[in-house]
Design a protein around this ligand. Structure first.
Ligand code: NAP
Length: 283
């Protein structure tokens, strides 16, 4: 059996054009959705991520502001900038690119962003809303993974989902979203004994570890949906995920590639969150 490919690039383009149409309608009513992106320091990967986010905004008709600061920016100065953006009515979403330089406390920064503009969904309030099933901003990567799973038309009700990884930004919110969709959820992590015994039972597997070949063909039940969040480099220096794609695609029913799977969806969902934030400001 060869798995069907879940094409994150195509799905993200569809979502982005829907965002563009809604953004145009909102702009016509006098509210152009606006995103502020803050980058502190010169991390090359972060520079690429923020550039892509700003470009995606422009393509969808969103207004965006990119604020770049030297790595020696003080925490107090950063918090002051965030507070200014919190009270700027043309900005509906604020994103501070992680990681931050070591002298800046990331949680303090996240908690300074107004809950109404927390389009990354990283704040304690957003996490609490998700846990309680209240409306709020969903973290973009797990939100995008749910859209990818939805696109397969596999009904999650009663299915066994295994999430590998338990970070606050990916693994934990992913598990909560799968639970909300009525899956039975197992969360695995670095202390999990016999990972394979869990993944072999899974109808849906989300791998969010950051290590190549965490999931190989022998660990997958035939027909399973496999979502690969990981971003790693292979021996040739090319981008690859956590999943042994060539092996697992022979067993799985559905699989996301890397690149072209979860990555583009993360940016698309950031646009969705920013648009939703702007729409909420309408009377
Ligand atoms: P993270 O904070 O480092 O978390 C990694 C998780 O994997 C931890 O919970 C860790 O367990 C677990 N883990 C480590 N080794 C394991 C093993 N051998 N077996 C099972 N679990 C293991 O990373 P993250 O921020 O969640 O990101 C995960 C990956 O996704 C990274 O490659 C990242 O670059 C990628 N990512 C991609 C996107 C995208 O848009 N495509 C977005 C976000 C992240 P412990 O908790 O026990 O340490």
């Amino acid at each position: 059996m060869t798995a069907q490919l879940i094409n994150g690039t195509a799905l993200s383009q569809k979502i982005r054009s829907e965002v563009a149409a809604r953004a145009a309608a909102l702009t016509a009513k006098g509210v152009q959705p606006g995103l502020a992106v803050i980058l502190v320091g010169e991390d090359p990967a972060s520079s690429v991520y923020v550039r892509n986010k700003v470009k995606a905004c422009a393509e969808a008709g969103l207004h965006s502001v990119l604020e770049r600061y030297d790595a020696d920016l003080t925490e107090a100065a950063l918090l002051e900038r965030i507070q200014a953006l919190n009270s700027n009515p043309s900005i509906h979403g604020i994103l501070v690119q992680m990681p931050l330089p070591r002298h800046i406390n990331p949680q303090r920064v996240i908690e300074t962003i107004s809950t109404a503009k927390d389009v990354d969904g990283y704040s304690v309030q957003s996490a609490g809303d998700l846990m309680s099933g209240l409306p709020g901003f969903l973290p973009c990567t797990p939100y995008g993974c749910m859209k990818l799973i939805e696109s397969t038309c596999v009904d999650l009700r009663g299915k066994h989902a295994v999430v590998i990884g338990r970070s606050n930004t990916v693994g934990k919110p992913m598990a909560l979203l799968l639970l909300q969709a009525n899956a039975t959820v197992t969360v695995c992590h670095s202390a999990t004994v016999d990972l394979k015994s869990h993944t072999r039972q899974a109808d849906v597997i989300v791998a969010a570890v950051g290590r190549r070949d965490v999931l190989t063909a022998d660990m997958v039940k035939p027909g399973a949906v496999v979502i690969d969040v990981g971003m790693n480099r292979n021996d040739e220096g090319k981008l690859c995920g956590d999943v042994d794609f060539e092996g697992v695609k022979q067993v799985a029913g559905w699989i996301t590639p890397v690149p072209g799977g979860v990555g583009p969806m993360t940016i698309a969902m950031l646009l969705v969150n920013t648009l939703a934030s702007a729409e909420r400001t309408l009377p």
